[in-house]
Design a protein around this ligand. Structure first.
Ligand code: F3S
Length: 401
């Protein structure tokens, strides 16, 4: 890789060991992908979690005096105060999570602790060059917003945020942004949950690639896009997609493929969505808890949950959780939605990912969620995955079907 004089000085340790380590990582990635140079970025999102791998790297940089050069937001870990006072978080894991959060503060990251930072705390513009990790964030930023990012890891995104640069390879190069697979959507998409099923179906079929979806007749909502992005990365690895007419970068199918022929094509029908829905259910009957907000719920989704719960009481044996960002919770409190949810017996919790040890109380229990990603990461003993309204209905009755 060609390095500038300044980059060479950083590699020699002129700006401290933390910054040196960050650049060493980026140069190693650049070499692995045959990048010829680094390019500036304007923001980053580090999909950290409260686990040991994250702790090792962020502490290494923090102890070496590194500081973020561009706005760098953080993924959820968990609300330490809330959970420490309620659930017995194992001492070791609790300590790791605390240290991860402290180290991100030391490097000057934005303490957003949200997996949808592109909604409020760290929003790229069209055409911006950024370094975003997190399964919904990478495709959302590339496809819906039209900024440019590779599929970063927490560590590479943090290193990019520290240096303010990323190696020039992958989705930063136009020809690598061309569609690989044509997907004809014949299925009727009625709501956010249908986009969840569509994302899961497309991710499963495509695996790794850039799908170009046709046949969608109505502008998807923000939440529908978020669900599509997140769920296509449960069985697959989709860093970018096109819905010509609704996503920004290519207005026609031809443009999305940059004049080439698709390498692959398939159709998604109502019966494909039905069979994915069926596949996601591993049980029915009594449930122990409902978990929503994976990815973090938007204000609109919290409001919808409150509307469905208004005047109802949740079953005494069912715990009901909504994960969201601190920003959203403030607005949801102002709107009276949190109050309604809490009066019904539910909780709205911030800064928290469903894949954290704070949920140890529910290990081995039967859970219901509207998110296949949640069911996958939480490794429920058994899981029901269905629409928000079904989750609310089951939480009131104490059982699903
Ligand atoms: Fe967000 Fe954690 Fe789910 S990062 S998308 S709540 S697995």
């Amino acid at each position: 890789m060609h390095l500038t004089k300044e980059e060479e000085r950083i590699l020699k340790g002129e700006r401290g060991e933390g910054t040196q380590k960050a650049l060493e990582l980026l140069v190693a990635i650049g070499d692995a992908y045959d990048a010829d140079r680094m390019i500036p970025i304007s923001r980053a999102h580090a999909a950290s979690s409260g686990q040991e791998g994250d702790l090792y790297f962020v502490e290494l940089l923090a102890k070496g005096g590194a500081r973020c050069r561009v706005p760098t937001s953080t993924n959820p870990v968990y609300d330490l105060k809330f959970f420490d006072n309620r659930f017995p978080v194992p001492k070791f894991e609790g300590g790791v999570a605390r240290k991860v959060m402290e180290a991100y503060e030391k490097v000057g990251a934005i303490l957003s602790w949200s997996c949808i930072p592109y909604m409020a705390e760290n929003i790229p513009l069209y055409g911006e060059t950024v370094a975003f990790s997190e399964s919904s964030a990478t495709p959302y930023v590339n496809s819906v917003i039209g900024a440019k990012t590779n599929r970063e890891a927490a560590q590479s995104a943090l290193a990019a945020g520290i240096i303010g640069k990323t190696p020039l390879y992958g989705l930063h190069i136009k020809e690598n942004r061309k569609g690989t697979c044509l997907v004809k959507v014949e299925a009727k998409l009625r709501d956010e949950f249908d986009y969840t099923l569509l994302g899961y179906t497309v991710g499963k079929q495509v695996g790794y690639g850039i799908p170009v979806l046709t046949g969608i007749s109505k502008q998807p909502t923000t939440e529908e896009f978020i669900n599509f992005c997140a769920m296509s990365n449960v069985p697959g690895a989709i860093s970018m997609f096109y819905m010509p007419g609704f996503t920004v970068e290519a207005s026609t199918v031809k443009e999305a493929f940059q004049g080439d022929k698709p390498k692959d094509k398939f159709t998604v029908t109502d019966s494909d969505l039905k069979s994915v829905y069926k596949e996601l259910q591993t049980t029915s009957g009594k449930i122990d808890f409902v978990m929503l907000g994976c990815p973090h719920y938007t204000l609109k989704q919290v409001e919808e949950a409150a509307r469905l719960l208004k005047g109802k009481k949740l079953h005494k044996d069912v715990s009901f959780w909504i994960c969201t960002s601190a920003t959203t919770k403030v607005l949801a409190e102002r709107g009276g939605f949190v109050d309604i949810i809490e009066k019904a017996g539910g909780h709205v919790v911030v800064d928290t990912c469903i894949d954290e040890p704070c949920w140890i109380t529910y290990y081995g229990k039967v859970g219901m969620t509207d998110s296949p990603k949640c069911a996958y990461y939480r490794r429920f003993k058994e899981a029901v995955v269905s629409r928000l309204e079904d989750c609310v209905e089951a939480a009131v009755k104490g059982r699903w079907k």
